[in-house]
Design a protein around this ligand. Structure first.
Ligand code: 5GP
Ligand code: MN
Length: 340
């Protein structure tokens, strides 16, 4: 948590109406959207003028979140987003640890700004751009951090049903429905309070996970057919080419969670999904692991990315096939290095 002095300063700055902007990382997920909208709906009750700016579009499966449709999309609404950022008294940056996580276009703008920033984030190795940094890798989600932040400021009574629904969303999605190792007694205590605030937890779960299109399930079928195991490295991987995505009428969010299937195979401790994005000229990669295999380090070192020990992402500028070959070669080299 922030220090008592920092909290007192933040309490004081929030005690009079301010212009506040909230930003999250590019390709926002449930935790980025949930924490940003939860914080926004909390701050609005304190009479601040608050806007949430996402670098790019959010997936359809999160569009039901309270206030989601008011989101300003930086890469589509630059003329609207720029003055909002420039005129902010404070900018909250949520669910990321370095400005480049907002993408090239938004990073350039954020780097030119001298407006004070407040970071709330649970990724490793936070950069030091913010005036106030609440960074803690022990949290499973930024949403749980926002919950603690609001409580530390003494505003638990302002966590209403809508704020709670947003925060619950990120806790559920980032914890894999309460199964990943950072799910703690505090997580369940937080969720117990959110349910007390009136959220419909079962309905939210349905909205998040039982809302697939038929085509999304067919795409999942294709992904599972493409799943390969590399037993000598206790690894597996999935590929999805642009052509395959197009064949199933791919929409943003459709590949969410597919990577986890690679880890559900007996004996596999590290897995990846490689998704071709012809428009951006990249292969977007998600990594997942169990135990000590550090995919944050792996993604940082070899694939222009990062994240957490057991869940990370990155990208490659090579072809799909070359990227997969690189992945296997690196696994071989890493194995050899560890055995030495
Ligand atoms: P996912 O695989 O679900 O997209 O992401 C897993 C974790 O890695 C998340 O915490 C996400 O923020 C992080 N992550 C995903 N892609 C990137 C990336 O390109 N760079 C960095 N630094 N982190 C990423
Ligand atoms: Mn997160």
């Amino acid at each position: 948590m922030l220090s008592t002095t920092e909290l007192t300063e933040i309490q004081s700055l929030l005690s009079t109406p301010k212009k506040i902007t909230i930003v999250c990382h590019r390709n926002p997920d449930g935790d980025a959207m949930g924490s940003s909208l939860g914080l926004l709906l909390f701050l609005k009750q304190l009479q601040h003028q608050v806007t949430f700016i996402s670098p790019n579009e959010y997936p359809d499966f999160l569009a039901w979140l309270p206030n989601a449709t008011q989101t300003v999309i930086f890469e589509r609404e630059y003329d609207k987003a720029l003055p909002l950022l420039q005129n902010s008294d404070y900018i909250f940056t949520l669910d990321f640890n370095a400005l480049h996580r907002t993408g090239d276009a938004m990073q350039k703008v954020l780097e030119t700004l001298s407006n004070p920033m407040i970071m709330i984030d649970h990724h490793q190795l936070p950069d030091s751009y913010a005036k106030y940094t609440f960074s803690d890798v022990n949290y499973g989600s930024t949403c749980q951090m926002v919950y603690d932040f609001i409580n530390a400021l003494g505003y638990n009574h302002l966590i209403n049903k809508d704020v709670a629904s947003c925060l619950y969303t990120g806790i559920v999605t980032d914890s894999g429905s309460f199964r990943f190792p950072k799910t703690t007694p505090q997580t369940h205590q937080c969720v117990a309070d959110l349910i007390d605030k009136g959220i419909n937890n079962s309905e939210i779960h349905n909205l998040l996970f039982d809302n697939s299109s038929y085509e999304r399930l067919q795409l999942l079928g294709k992904a599972l057919q493409n799943l390969r195991i590399v037993p000598q490295y206790k690894a597996s991987y999935i590929t999805l080419s642009q052509e395959e995505l197009n064949a199933f009428n791919y929409k943003k969010g459709d590949t969410e969670g597919i990577v986890n299937y690679g880890l559900s195979i007996q004996g596999v401790i590290v897995t990846a999904i490689f998704i071709e994005n012809k428009e951006e000229g990249i292969i977007k990669i998600s990594f997942r692991s169990q135990g000590n295999f550090d995919v944050n380090e792996f993604a940082r070192k070899y694939f222009n990315g990062g994240g957490h020990i057991n869940a990370a992402g990155g990208k490659s500028f090579s072809s799909l096939e070359e990227t997969v070959n690189q992945f296997i070669t690196i696994l071989a080299e890493e194995k050899e290095r560890k055995e030495k």
